[in-house]
Design a protein around this ligand. Structure first.
Ligand code: CP
Length: 307
């Protein structure tokens, strides 16, 4: 049976693998809504280690819930409470976890390429939970699942991704996956937050320097937070100024299709990139994204940990 061994990025994930994971996640999401079928024994006896070197609420928690719902033992290793704080290297940390017969390591790290580096050195599965500004593959898969469930299709849509594009691993993974699936992807942001080369982000991708033109006629509007933790120096004048020019509000959203959905990977800076009335409004699918995240991570772990 076809399965992924690691999940390192969207760039290296075939369309067939992506669609199979989405189909499986769709079934798991429906099952999770039925209380009787929430817990499975598929990964009983398997061990998943969450190793997060950057802060996380959604990704770390949903990988933990996903592993536990499949019957795996899930261990969370916090760098600040581990021997990393005593100077142990990342590779030594992971080799030690590997020696304890972990079946999968889920890793988030500020340095791009860390999951790839580890995957070449360990035999257990490595799952990228976000590496620097490079990729966040499970976020793109959960966003694709959310879009497909809301729109009934994953092709032929116009998707506007708006905000701090150049520092966003979410924008990169989404542009790659959604572009490949046959959607028109518009990336919008102030010039200081746009990539030098949009064509490197995949097929069907265009760049916009004003929000209104990116949102016009869109089926999906995805807003992003300013990634100030990855910025060198100030990237915008003030939050108020940014909100005025690049924050999505009801007036700007009126240019999108009447049934356009509003997405955000979280965490949301309310009132900066997204008006609270839209974050909590009927067109917001932000919490649907979070729900889909557990299902997608279950599908990923189910394949990656399979014997
Ligand atoms: N979307 C996302 O990655 O959220 P966290 O940083 O909370 O995991």
């Amino acid at each position: 049976m076809a399965r992924i061994q690691h999940l390192l990025d969207i760039e290296g994930l075939s369309d067939a693998d992506a669609l199979r994971l989405l189909d499986r996640a769709d079934v798991l999401l429906e099952e999770a809504r039925g209380a009787d079928t929430r817990k499975s024994s598929l990964l009983r006896g398997k061990t998943v280690v969450n190793l997060f070197f950057e802060a996380s609420t959604r990704t770390r928690t949903s990988f933990e819930i996903a592993g536990k719902r499949l019957g795996a033992d899930v261990i969370n290793v916090s760098p600040s409470a581990s021997s990393v704080s005593k100077g142990e290297t990342l590779l030594d940390t992971v080799l030690n976890i590997h020696a304890m017969h972990a079946d999968a390591v889920v890793i988030r790290h500020a340095a791009e390429g860390v999951p790839h580096f580890l995957a070449r050195r360990v035999r257990c599965a490595v799952v990228n939970a976000g590496d620097g500004a490079h990729e966040h593959p499970t976020q793109a898969l959960l966003d694709a699942l959310t879009i497909r469930r809301a729109k009934g299709t994953l092709s032929g849509l116009t998707v506007a991704i708006c905000g701090d594009i150049s520092r966003s691993r979410v924008a990169r993974s989404n542009a790659l996956l959604l572009g490949r699936m046959g959607n028109t992807v518009r990336l919008a942001g102030p010039r200081t937050m746009l990539p030098v080369r949009a064509d490197a982000l995949g097929v069907g991708v265009s760049v916009h320097t004003d929000l209104a033109s990116a949102v016009r006629g869109a089926d999906v509007v995805m807003m992003l937070r300013i990634q100030s933790e990855r910025a060198v120096g100030a990237v915008t004048s003030t939050a108020r100024e940014y909100s005025r020019t690049f924050g999505l509000n009801p007036r700007t959203l009126a240019g999108a299709k009447a049934d356009a959905i509003v997405m955000h990977p979280g965490p949301v800076n309310r009132g900066v990139e997204l008006d609270p009335s839209l974050a909590d409004g009927p067109r917001s699918v932000i919490l649907d994204q979070v729900e889909a995240g557990v299902a997608v991570r279950m599908a990923v772990l189910a394949e990656a940990c399979a014997a």
